[in-house]
Design a protein around this ligand. Structure first.
Ligand SMILES: Cc1ncc(COP(=O)(O)O)c(C=O)c1O
Length: 412
């Protein structure tokens, strides 16, 4: 017997719409907020939660912004889609960093990469369109897809392949309703980086089936060792007419608070997304846009220094995590996240408790070791933890040694 249908609520009884009511809080921001609240209450919490460089924004970028504050042109509304000089600078930067030409009319400047992601999905998807999302995924993609009326279809890769999905896996998830694939390299939360041949294979597969791609290049400058960043539309030009690139200044230039991102795409999609933005938020703060011009057209020296620090911390965190019995951490090649499997620790006794899930383990780590980490549930893969290593070297070493001590107590 099927369950009785609940009585339909009238529009006046429904307080929050079903569409928005179904969206969950960003788990990464929630962990970060909890850690910051404990810190404010005097607890010596070490936070591995936020994906945010600990460096200040480079001085020449801040100077450009300070000057922009005094220019009265920036005290007014400007074109909703972005300052023309920033669009031109983004086109030049794309040629410099990714090696292909775009027209500034293919650029929409957004309030961070997050707005770019939502607007890209909203501009391309119709209700019921399926979007293949490699998992572990960054928590914002499925929520933005749903908000735009689409259906996220996760394709899971694990530590045995270094969290890289294969074309065969993507193909197995494709149906007649598939419209788009999400492609992120370097990846949040795993730090995985696809080789040029793998990027090309994914792009060619998308072209073969007429699929759209949303590719998130926000970590393009943060790759380590022999890893090389490869831009999907650069290596598969046939895909460009159905490819939307998301990028921004947040991670490369330590500018998370400035809120500047962008979309690069075919002109019709960029126009549609610009129309959406013109009603939702209008132009991004002019002062931030001028700062972004300085960032993307300046030298990459400051980025190289930050990358060297991240690389050092990456090697420390991977080594220290792998020293813990029951923790398995593949070496991330990009971004600033480690994504260890903790499956072998679940169900073990630690300080009188038996965490059965990675959510429970993360709670235990926060309460007992005063270390904030994000559980894998937030990224579609229970049994893992995400640790951002964009924090100071001393805090990093202290935080992971506290985890070593606590998790070293695990017993059957
Ligand atoms: C993969 C990825 N894309 C996009 C963003 C969005 O960055 P922002 O909105 O700060 O520009 C983030 C931030 O964590 C990210 O990790």
């Amino acid at each position: 017997m099927s369950a009785p249908t609940p009585p339909a609520q009238s529009p006046t009884e429904r307080r929050v719409s079903a569409r928005v009511g179904s969206i969950s809080e960003s788990a990464t921001l929630a962990v970060d907020a909890k850690a910051k609240a404990l810190k404010a209450a005097g607890r010596p919490v070490i936070g591995f939660g936020a994906g945010e460089p600990d460096f200040p924004t480079p001085g020449y970028i801040v100077d450009a912004a300070a000057e922009a504050c005094r220019d009265t042109r920036n005290h007014r509304y400007t074109p909703a889609g972005g300052l023309p000089e920033l669009k031109t600078a983004i086109a030049e930067k794309t040629l410099r960093d990714s090696g292909y030409e775009i027209d500034p009319a293919q650029v929409l400047v957004t309030n961070g990469g997050k707005q770019a992601i939502y607007e890209a999905f909203a501009a391309v998807l119709d209700p019921g369109d399926e979007v293949i999302v490699p998992a572990p995924y960054w928590t914002t993609y499925p929520e933005s897809i749903r908000l735009a009326g689409g259906v996220p279809v996760p394709v899971v890769a694990d530590e045995t392949t270094g969290y890289l999905v294969s074309v065969e896996q993507l193909e197995a998830a494709r149906t007649e309703r598939t419209k788009m694939v999400v492609f992120v390299s370097p990846s949040n939360p795993t730090g995985a980086v696809y080789s040029r041949a793998q990027v090309e294979a994914v792009g060619k597969w998308a072209v073969e089936h007429g699929l759209w791609a949303l590719t998130d290049e926000i970590y393009e400058h943060l790759v380590y060792g022999d890893a090389v960043f490869t831009s999907l539309p650069a290596v598969v030009p046939e895909l460009r007419d159905k490819c939307v690139v998301v990028n921004g200044v947040a991670k490369t230039y330590a500018m998370t608070g400035w809120r500047v991102g962008w979309i690069i795409g075919p002109k019709d999609v960029v126009k549609a997304a610009t129309n959406l933005q013109s009603h939702a938020t209008s132009n991004v703060s002019n002062v931030s846009q001028v700062a972004a011009v300085a960032a993307v057209s300046g030298s990459l020296d400051a980025v190289a220094d930050m990358r060297a620090a991240f690389d050092r911390r990456r090697r420390t965190i991977v080594r220290m995590l792998n020293e813990i019995d029951g923790v398995l951490c593949p070496e991330p090649e990009g971004a600033f996240y480690a994504y260890p499997s903790v499956k072998a620790l679940l169900g073990k006794e630690i300080r009188g408790r038996r965490p059965a899930t990675s959510v429970e383990l993360a709670e235990l780590i926060l309460e007992e070791a005063e270390v904030a980490v994000v559980p894998g549930e937030a990224f579609g893969t229970p049994g893992y933890l995400r640790l951002s290593y964009a924090l100071g070297d001393e805090d990093l070493a202290e935080g992971v040694s506290r985890m070593q001590k606590l998790l070293g107590e695990a017993r059957d």
